[in-house]
Design a protein. Structure first.
Length: 246
């Protein structure tokens, strides 16, 4: 478990490399992309917390796998997902669109559509003094999501959108892929000092059994080759290269 003091956001590690994020305020919890339900239920019970809402970034099983069981146990829970995914996320009860804002735990949450990984992927943005972005599988530390349903142009535009957010935005992605991503980046840019420093930092965290995420947008822009790509052509080369890298 990891804590963000400013917002009280907790990460539960599940499956091989997923992280379920829980935002806690008073006795209420919002969960992002519950791939499984057991650890979430356990956390709620141990702390006597109540589940207020489930945020779904996209329809993949490692993001919605625990949702049905959570709804069975918490029948009044709000399930927020893209209005484009009523078929693949059928249990949603609040359907949202790009640019919409809603109030969750007294905080304004803005929906940002970030297409590319899927044809309807959304992110949840909380502005303010300590901005937070729940980005699902669109951006990872050192990497970005695979393009399964969208186009290179869509994914490139999604990353441009992320880059336009406040530089102090703390980004919560759904997978702990950082070390693999950094090794790939170093393979392409072996002399890059920022990426070398990132690898040491990441290895240190891993040796202490800490998560390497969330990450700060400003710092990520220095080490993430996808965010550094100057145009669609460079982005396309990088994405295709990464797809082939083992
Ligand atoms: Zn996914
Ligand atoms: Fe995923």
């Amino acid at each position: 478990m990891e804590f963000n003091k400013a917002r009280n956001i907790i990460g539960l590690r599940v499956l091989s490399d997923n992280v379920i994020w829980l935002m806690v305020k008073d006795k209420s919890v919002v969960v992002v992309d519950p791939s499984v339900h057991e650890p979430v239920i356990r956390y709620l019970n141990e702390n006597n917390f109540h589940l207020e809402a489930i945020l779904q970034t996209h329809h993949h099983p490692d993001h919605i796998g625990g949702t049905k069981s959570l709804i069975e146990r918490c029948p009044n829970v709000k399930v927020i997902a893209s209005s484009k995914e009523k078929r693949r996320i059928p249990f949603q009860n609040i359907s949202v669109e790009d640019g919409e804002s809603l109030s969750i735990l007294g905080e304004e949450v803005k929906i940002i559509e970030v297409l590319g990984h899927t044809s309807s992927h959304i992110a949840f943005f909380l502005n303010g003094e300590n901005p937070v972005l729940f980005i699902g599988d669109t951006l990872f530390s050192g990497g970005c999501g695979r393009i399964f349903e969208g186009t290179y142009q869509q994914m490139y535009s999604s990353l441009e959108r992320i880059k336009s957010l406040p530089k102090n935005t703390l980004i919560y992605c759904a997978h702990e892929y950082t070390k693999k991503n950094i090794l790939w980046a170093l393979n392409l840019r072996p002399e890059d000092q920022d990426i070398k420093n990132k690898l040491s930092e990441v290895e240190k965290k891993i040796s202490l059994n800490e998560l390497t995420i969330p990450f700060l947008l400003e710092e990520e822009m220095k080490i993430n080759l996808f965010l550094r790509a100057k145009n669609l052509e460079e982005f396309t080369f990088l994405r295709a290269n990464k797809d082939l890298w083992v």
